[in-house]
Design a protein around this ligand. Structure first.
Ligand SMILES: *[C@@H]1O[C@H](CO)[C@@H](O)[C@H](O)[C@H]1NC(C)=O
Ligand SMILES: *[C@@H]1O[C@H](CO)[C@@H](O)[C@H](O)[C@H]1NC(C)=O
Ligand SMILES: *[C@@H]1O[C@H](CO)[C@@H](O)[C@H](O)[C@H]1NC(C)=O
Ligand SMILES: *[C@@H]1O[C@H](CO)[C@@H](O)[C@H](O)[C@H]1NC(C)=O
Ligand SMILES: *[C@@H]1O[C@H](CO)[C@@H](O)[C@H](O)[C@H]1NC(C)=O
Ligand SMILES: *[C@@H]1O[C@H](CO)[C@@H](O)[C@H](O)[C@H]1NC(C)=O
Ligand SMILES: *[C@@H]1O[C@H](CO)[C@@H](O)[C@H](O)[C@H]1NC(C)=O
Ligand SMILES: *[C@@H]1O[C@H](CO)[C@@H](O)[C@H](O)[C@H]1NC(C)=O
Ligand SMILES: *[C@@H]1O[C@H](CO)[C@@H](O)[C@H](O)[C@H]1NC(C)=O
Length: 473
């Protein structure tokens, strides 16, 4: 196009733009409303076509600014909708997007089973103060307090076992993803899934999954770089923030200012861990009544390094043994999933300003060829107290590896470590049952080297309490 024609074309675009909306809205982002495209919002009829048409129209009109697809208050039942470049879903307060519960609501390939799916899109997001709901409870075959029995959509043979259910939201191969100010309810399987993405921000998102439903993960970040998670509230059954590597390394993940409760791990690297994890920061996080606190479950040969955990309060307790975890507040392991495969290593971990209340000790378990190197524990107050009746005295190597193994409890169980620095750490045992396991460290010198303790204290909780009463009185 020659320059004058280009100018005319631009002017025409601008004119049609001005004519299509009141002049005052020129400063506002582009926006379309799903009800204008025929959405009924009654929660009974499927609004899939209307929502998809709105997204497609918005995608076509977005240029440098994002285009918003607005959902006014109401219930929008839908099959999978495909989010496109330049589009932000604006689910207003009072609006709920409800995921369909039938197999035919989802694409053929099980890896594309999401209620909302963005593939290879850039500058996309979800916001608005409303709710996206996966109707996960409708996927429960039998409610069991220890662990629900779930539907399996394995008819196609695409997936097997009980992990054959749709996820809630997926960004696959995307750039510049922002999910903010939105509530995600009852995913049938994983909730928010970020795969091979660059530049993702997840902020002010709350996630409520069912506590007894397996695979009800909060945020799974896979093979992605430069991810920020902040001010999130996650209350769910399975792993809450879960970085994984299947096909590529993962760099630069930051999670701050979050609150987490889960029947599994609050923060978990792995267990899918074929590539590197590097440059992660977890700061200002509250972990409540979870089965595990901070976990590295490296099983597939990837290496994890340069990871900081700071300003974190952790309370962990035992739950049913069918869930991975034995109340470990900190769990760092590299045992291979299969005995013939090469283990990954873990190095340069810093844990600082950590307060722990837990029913069990920490488990730091490297393996032959999968050493844990240079771990630092600085400024920690640890209180151990047993208060549930679940079985103790086991170390948990699952998945694969040695499984569950009988082993007496201790403050920190260590194997295959080179370099652990413990500084300003107080470890206390509280309650009547404490005496059975008030051993601070349990290790065999043959596999553990370079341990340094500086200003480390351990003892029964009551004594410390009385001492501080005396000194303050
Ligand atoms: C998967 O489907 C087959 C039949 O198609 C069935 O025999 C099997 O039990 C199913 N597995 C699960 C875990 O549901
Ligand atoms: C991502 O956002 C940045 C900053 O706004 C922009 O420069 C870049 O072009 C965007 N990436 C893509 C693929 O659109
Ligand atoms: C993340 O960065 C690494 C290193 O540059 C690169 O190999 C990988 O492909 C990147 N991942 C994505 C999803 O771009
Ligand atoms: C990780 O962050 C660092 C520092 O901001 C940056 O230099 C590096 O390029 C990032 N890595 C990737 C793979 O984007
Ligand atoms: C820590 O996170 C909480 C939210 O969980 C927030 O209210 C608080 O301001 C944060 N503290 C700091 C020091 O940033
Ligand atoms: C941890 O607990 C202490 C005291 O109970 C409190 O001052 C601090 O803000 C808490 N920090 C987090 C991250 O929850
Ligand atoms: C992990 O590190 C070892 C060297 O310590 C290296 O040989 C191996 O290739 C690394 N694994 C991956 C998946 O990058
Ligand atoms: C640890 O806590 C102290 C006291 O609250 C604070 O001054 C320091 O900055 C914290 N360290 C880190 C790494 O956040
Ligand atoms: C640990 O407890 C001591 C004494 O009560 C307190 O001064 C310190 O700030 C606490 N540290 C952490 C990380 O909570």
């Amino acid at each position: 196009m020659s320059p004058p024609l280009l100018i005319i074309a631009t002017l025409l675009n601008l004119l049609s733009f001005i004519h299509s909306r009141p002049a005052t809205s020129l400063q506002l982002p582009l926006s379309v409303t799903v009800t204008d495209f025929g959405a009924l919002a009654d929660g009974i009829h499927y609004d899939t076509a209307a929502i998809q048409s709105a997204i497609d129209a918005c995608h076509c009109s977005s240029t440098t600014k994002p285009c918003y697809v607005t959902f006014p208050p109401g219930k929008y039942l839908t099959a999978t909708v495909f989010l496109k470049s330049g589009v932000v879903l604006n689910v207003e307060e009072g609006a709920t997007i409800l995921g369909g519960t039938r197999l035919e609501d989802y694409p053929r390939e099980s890896f594309r089973w999401y209620v909302i799916l963005a593939e290879g899109a850039s500058n996309v997001g979800i916001t608005g103060g409303g709710v996206v709901d996966g109707q996960g409870l409708k996927f429960v075959v039998r409610f069991v307090e220890s662990k629900n029995v779930m539907v399996s959509w394995n008819q196609t043979g695409a997936c097997a076992g009980d992990e054959c259910r749709p996820r809630l939201i997926g960004f696959l191969g995307c750039n510049n993803v922002t999910v903010w100010n939105v509530r995600l309810n009852q995913p049938a399987y994983w909730c928010l899934h970020i795969v091979q993405c660059e530049n993702t921000l997840i902020q002010d998102v709350s996630i409520y999954g069912d506590f007894n439903t397996p695979n009800n993960d909060g945020i799974d970040i896979e093979d992605s770089n430069n991810t920020v998670i902040t001010r999130c509230h996650i209350d769910t059954g399975d792993d809450a923030i879960c970085p994984k590597t299947y096909n590529r390394p993962m760099y630069n993940l930051t999670a701050t200012d979050c609150w987490i409760k889960t029947k599994s791990s609050a923060i978990k690297l792995g267990s899918a861990s074929s590539f590197e994890f590097k440059g992660f920061v977890f700061d200002n996080i509250t972990i409540v009544d979870s089965h595990r606190g901070l976990a590295l479950q490296i099983r597939d040969g990837g290496n994890a390094s340069d990871i900081t955990f700071s300003n974190i309060n952790i309370s962990t307790r035992y739950y049913d043994i069918s869930w991975w975890g034995r109340a470990e507040p900190i769990y760092v392991t590299t045992c291979s999933r299969h005995f013939n495969s090469r283990p990954g290593t873990i190095s340069n971990l810093l844990f600082t300003n950590i307060t722990i209340n837990s029913e069990n000790g920490m488990f730091l378990s490297g393996s032959k060829g999968g050493l844990l190197r240079n771990l630092r524990f600085i400024n920690m107050n640890v209180t151990y107290e047993r208060y549930t009746n679940y079985v103790g005295g086991l170390v948990d190597y699952r998945p694969g590896c040695w499984g569950l193994v009988k082993h007496r409890s201790a403050g920190i169980i260590m194997e295959h470590i080179k370099g652990l620095e413990v500084e300003n750490v107080n470890m206390r045992w509280s309650g009547e049952k404490a005496a059975q396991w008030d051993t601070p460290f349990d290790f065999r010198p043959s596999t553990v080297n370079d341990i340094s303790l500086l200003n480390f204290h351990s003892g029964l909780y009551r004594q410390q309490w009385q001492d501080s009463e005396k000194s303050s009185g």
